[in-house]
Design a protein around this ligand. Structure first.
Ligand SMILES: C[S@@+](CC[C@H](N)C(=O)[O-])C[C@H]1O[C@@H](n2cnc3c(N)ncnc32)[C@H](O)[C@@H]1O
Length: 318
């Protein structure tokens, strides 16, 4: 897939649709049941540069409009992953996943996991504990859904552990391909020293979306991000031979999304690899270096079970 076809309007023959404008205008062009995965991080209503802060009910009403359209555009075997944090008002937190859940439930979706994304860095609170997680609500449209666990297994904690009694005594007790990653994901967020950092204030790490893309879609499937920012979802989809659709209202972010995809086409986009462990001060030099990724290269199935290499991390990069 070298030289991917990028379109700026919805085009079912393209590999990638980058729509500059309101996501509702893009969604209106997408046929029913067209996409396999919707993964996004909507505005959190925090008054970030790209959003005007709304009264909570108005925010939820706007979110419902987008969610309804995403559900319509979603394949019967498909999934929606809505990644959110907390809305903060007068020092009080409102967990957005809790207030958004009824919208998804009322549309007949099935919640499969409430994934806690834990990270080590963020604002330091003084009148409450500092927030160090956000949530991904993973819903499916039906009960028959795509889920490829083997594609995202992670190394066992004790890979050589064996059954010590019974008919399997002496055999390895763990799954040979690794273990289920569970529903608490420790993945560094994109802060100043992260290799993927752009000007966007709340960018997804590529590895967070790679795990969802690999588990919830197959090659050639369409992955939609209605609030695409600087194109992280598109990058994660395209480097794994999926197709990508995204909308973004801010031209500067859209331009960065285009540049990231262009770099990935040339094999010049650097990302933090999925198999890189979180920084451990006890073993600072045993890790996995940032990796160049290329759209259209041999399928990039991460070798999660390979030995880690010594790598000079220099300054801490998490
Ligand atoms: C939380 S950020 C998503 C960042 C993204 N996950 C990334 O990795 O870059 C939400 C984005 O949605 C965009 N946005 C807000 N309202 C929008 C709308 N109605 N249609 C399309 N994009 C919108 C904002 O400009 C912002 O970049």
């Amino acid at each position: 897939m070298t030289g991917i076809a990028i379109s700026h309007q919805f085009d079912p023959t393209a590999d990638c649709v980058l729509f500059q404008g309101d996501c509702l205008d893009l969604l209106a062009q997408i046929p029913d049941e067209f996409v396999q995965l919707v993964v996004t991080s909507p505005p959190y209503n925090l008054g970030k540069p790209y959003e005007s802060q709304l009264e909570l009910n108005e925010y939820l009403r706007e979110q419902r409009q987008v969610i309804e359209e995403c559900v319509r555009a979603l394949n019967r075997t498909g999934s929606i992953c809505w990644q959110v944090g907390n809305y903060v008002e007068n020092g009080e937190i409102i967990p957005l996943d809790i207030v958004l859940y009824p919208i998804f439930a009322s549309l007949g979706l099935h919640l499969r996991n409430r994934i806690v994304w834990h990270f080590g860095h963020g604002l330091h609170a003084s009148r409450r504990f500092s927030g160090r997680y956000e949530v991904i609500l993973w819903f499916t449209k039906g009960n028959d859904y795509t889920f490829d666990l083997d594609a995202v297994r992670v190394p066992q904690k004790y890979p050589h552990k064996k059954y010590f009694k019974g008919p399997k005594k002496g055999q390895l007790s763990g799954h040979p391909l690794g273990k289920n990653p569970g529903d608490i994901w420790e993945i560094p967020n994109v802060k100043a020293n992260h290799v993927e950092k752009t000007i966007h204030p709340c960018q997804f790490p590529v590895e967070l979306i790679e795990r969802l893309v690999l588990a919830l879609t197959q090659e050639g499937d369409w992955v939609l991000d209605p609030f695409m920012g600087v194109g992280t979802t598109a990058v994660a989809a395209l480097i794994h031979q999926r197709r990508a659709i995204g909308a973004e209202i801010i031209p500067e972010y859209m331009q960065i999304a285009r540049e990231r995809i262009a770099l990935a086409e040339k094999g010049q986009l650097r990302i933090r690899p999925m198999q890189r462990p979180v920084y451990d001060p006890d073993t600072p030099r045993t890790t996995v270096p940032p990796q160049f990724v290329q759209i259209g290269a041999a399928p990039l199935q991460p070798a999660l079970l390979e030995e880690r290499h010594a790598y000079d991390v220099g300054e801490r990069q998490e």
